[in-house]
Each structure stands twice: as structure tokens, then as C-alpha cells.
Design a protein around this ligand. Sequence first.
Ligand SMILES: Nc1ncnc2c1ncn2[C@@H]1O[C@H](COP(=O)(O)OP(=O)(O)OP(=O)(O)O)[C@@H](O)[C@H]1O
Ligand SMILES: Cc1ncsc1CCO
Length: 526
Amino acid sequence: MPTRTVDYSLYLVTSRALLPPGQDYLESLEASLQGGVTLVQVREKDAGTKEFLDIARKSKDLCARYGVPLIVNDRVDIALAIEADGVHVGQEDMPIQIVRSILPPGSIIGVSCNNVEQARQAVESGADYIGIGAIYPTATKELTQPIVTVRGVGAILSQLDGSNVKAVAIGGINSTTVLRVLHGAVSTSCRALDGVAVVSDIVASDRPEEAAGRLMQVLRAFREGTSSRCGLALENRPPTDTRKTLLIDQIASLLETVRSRKPLVHQITNVVAATQSANVTLAWGASPIMATAPEEMPDLANVCDSLLVNIGTLRQTEGMLIAGRRYNATYKPVVFDPVGVGASQYRKGVMNDLLNAWAPTVIKGNAGELAVLAGSDEAKSRGVDSFGAGFKDPASFVRSLARKERCVIALTGPKDYVSDGDVVVELSNGHPLLGEITGSGCIGGSSIAAFCAAASTDPGPVPGRPVCGDMLLATVAAITSLNVAGELAAARADVAGPGSFLPALIDEISLLRPDVLKSRLRLDFI
Ligand SMILES: Nc1ncnc2c1ncn2[C@@H]1O[C@H](COP(=O)(O)OP(=O)(O)OP(=O)(O)O)[C@@H](O)[C@H]1O
Ligand SMILES: Cc1ncsc1CCO
């Protein structure tokens, strides 16, 4: 029998217990189908066999009218009895090979997977699809296994490389989280989800048709916006021979855009570099607001243009958690600076909590910091500083970390490397004095946040990306402009060392002219 094409995009898992009071199960199911649900699984954990059979049969008839396949949870006997399109099993249920031997040829068989090994086994045993979860903690199902998190999905998807096994994510996915899940859950080989499975966002809604419609809109927008390059390299790239000239023009032009747009840059940063970060932000022509209280994050996310989260002197992380989520929800850039993350287990734990809670647009760090993020021991750190020779192949390192973390990665040092998972730009401007003042990395983060704000564009009514605009360009422009200002400051007659360098640097940032910037830029695509 030819393999049939199944649309996994919006996979509804039913649960009568979650229906709003007075809502009829079949009416709700029909409304969801009208809203665009593409696949349905009947899951009724507490129903007796007779009742389950009845619900499954009625659901099957209804789905058939909409041309939507129906899958039965766990119960192979019920699937056979109602001639369902397939069965979904858990890890403790009947093994896939046995299910396959019982069901008619061509049946869809899916299995829940919580980790890489389970996904490997699913492929080996001939599953049609895997349900990866739970992505978030959810009240719908009692969790017996660890939360996968959005950042954990990529490694599981990698197991599907070379197979025809499809994948959906499940657990806590709703219209607020769906874009984060779709965008964040992609393997380093660019394997994305085939769909998302949703329970309460649709079933518990008074208007299931609208709930399903909202999810479908985001799914469509995501696919349209990310048809190539994993959805990371956001803008169309020019041909190789002209792109360096074009990039240099774009950098100079973005410097002017920062000054003309005067973005408001919200910064949650450390107490060491806070004042110089605010001054540098002003010197670029942007406006800083340094604010940490969790209570004010919703208001600030509405009025500010971008967010910087710097963990240099961690005290309370609640504001950081809320802020990132809010800026994601308003489609504004979020820059993350994991200062000194190698210094303590606490910092590392906080970094992971933050990155699991929200999507960074850019992560910037020195070699020691990014090595901790990547789980590599190629570069070392001591406190907030990186030491040693660093990465043997920094270009490959940033490219693969960008793919893994699904954002732009900026690796700083004597040379800087910026990647969006596709291209890598090597930046050779700068001056050793930048390494001799504290917080030069921190002001780099503030600068990136200002340039990202200036580069961000209107996401439109149904955004298919967490942020719109060329964030690779913004990151490159910010770092390299700062480094050129550093060269100009270091060359001044009144600069005798690190003490006089910092004020001169702030002056040179505010004085930097686009033509001077262009003439001094030293960068290359790798
Ligand atoms: N030796 C150097 N030569 C040229 N530029 C440098 C040098 N060292 C650092 N820089 C520049 O200084 C900036 C900060 O980079 P660095 O890697 O020192 O950050 P960091 O270690 O995070 O700093 P900090 O912890 O002090 O905030 C970057 O723009 C980088 O290009
Ligand atoms: C020195 C220092 N300690 C915590 S943050 C910071 C600023 C440079 O990263």
C-alpha cells in the first residue's frame, strides 16, 4: 500500500474532561475541524471500553466528513473496531512492531518520546511519527518524565535525519507559545517539526474554531517566513561577490538609523558596567533605561524597543524571566550576555532557565562564556574573563552554536565572529585597550541591543518569526562600530591607558561618522 500523506500541522488531542461547562464534545470537535485541525487523536484515559468505543466511533465519523485522519490513543482493539487511521502509543504501551502487525497496512503509528534514545528506538521500530514532549509543564497530563524544553527538541529531531519519520511537539503549546516552539525546535541539520499537538488551548476554549484558527495562522506564517535556511538567516542574502560591499554600506547606514530612530533600550545589567552601558547607549544616539523590578516588565516591554539581559552580578532573576517572555510576546529583540557563566553552577542554572523560558535574538559572549553554553571545554574562563588560546575553529563553533540555540551568536575577543547559523562574519577591528577595561563586553551587549532595535521591522499581523529584521547585520554593525570607535579612542593623544580610554571611547562613539566607519571596517565572510 502506498504511504499516504498525512498533514501533521495541527494535531488535536481530545480530552472531554477539559471541555468548558456546557460544551458538547462533538460540537467542540467539529468547531476545531472547521478551525483547521489537520489530525485528531482520541485520548480518553478514564473512559471504560464501551464509552471509549462510542466516542471514538462518533469522532471518526465526524473527522471523516472533514477528510481528517483519526488516531486512537493506546487502544489497538478500539482502533481496529472503528477502522481508525492509526494508533498512538506511549513508551509503556504495546511495542510498535506488534501494533503494526495487528493494524491494517498503511495505518499511522505514533509514539511519545521524551529523549534522544526513545526517538532512536522509534525510528528503528518503524514508527510513522513521534510526539516529543512535554515541552512545557502542563496540567493536562501528569508528568512522569523530565520536561524536554524547547531547546531540548533539536537533539531529538536529529535522530530523525535520514528517515521519513515525522515529528510533532506536545505539552503546553498554545497560541502564545507556538511560535517559540516552532522556531526554537529545529535540529542543527535544520530539521523542523512537522506540526504541534494541542490539547487545552483548543479543547478548553469556548471558541475552539477560533483557537484552532489562531494556531494555524502562526503555523502558516512560520512556514512562509522560514522556507529556507532553518528560519535563522532572516533576510535574503546578496550574491557572494557583492555582499561584503553591501554589508559595509548597510553597517554605515544602520549607524545612522540608530541615531535617527533613537530606540529605547531596556537593560537589565550588572552593577559594575551599568553606568558605562547607559552612557554608551546614549552615545550611539539611543536611550537607555536600566530597570530590574519584575513588576514593571509588562509596561516596559510595551514601550521599549529592545531588551538586554546581562547576568554579570546576578541578584534576582524573576525580572529577567518575565522581561524576556514579554519582549518575545511583543516581537522585540532580546540580547543575552551570559557574563561569567563559567564562574558558578548557579549562573549556569540561571542561564539555562532563562534560555528555556524565552527566545534570545542574539547571544554574545567571550570564548569562555560561550564554551560553557555549548558544553565545550575548548575554551576556559576565570571569573568573567576568558583565557587561553580559545577555539581552534571559531567560525565553525559560532555557526553550529547559532544553529543549536536558534539565534545569532557573537563571539568576542581580539577578533570577533558573528553567525546566524548560515553565514559567519569575522571582524578584525578593535584595540587591546578594549580588553583592559572592565565591561567592554557589557557595553558591546548594550550596543547590540541598540542596533537590533534600530534594525527591527514591523512583524505584521501574524508574525512568523520571533523578531523581524536583519539581526546578523545589527550584531555585526554594533560590534564593529564599537571596535572602530575603540581604535579611534586609543589613537588620541589624551589617552594614556585604560583610565583615560573609557571616556575617550564614549566620545568617539558619539562622534563616529558613517564615512569614517566605512573606511576603517575590516571584516570578512567565512
Ligand atoms: N585584544 C583585543 N584587540 C582588539 N579588540 C579587542 C581585544 N580584546 C577585546 N576586544 C574587543 O573588546 C570587546 C569586548 O570583548 P571581550 O572579549 O574582551 O569581552 P568580555 O571578556 O566579555 O569583556 P568584559 O567581561 O570586560 O565585559 C569586543 O568588541 C572585542 O572585539
Ligand atoms: C568585573 C565584573 N564582575 C561581574 S560583572 C563584571 C563586569 C565585566 O564583565
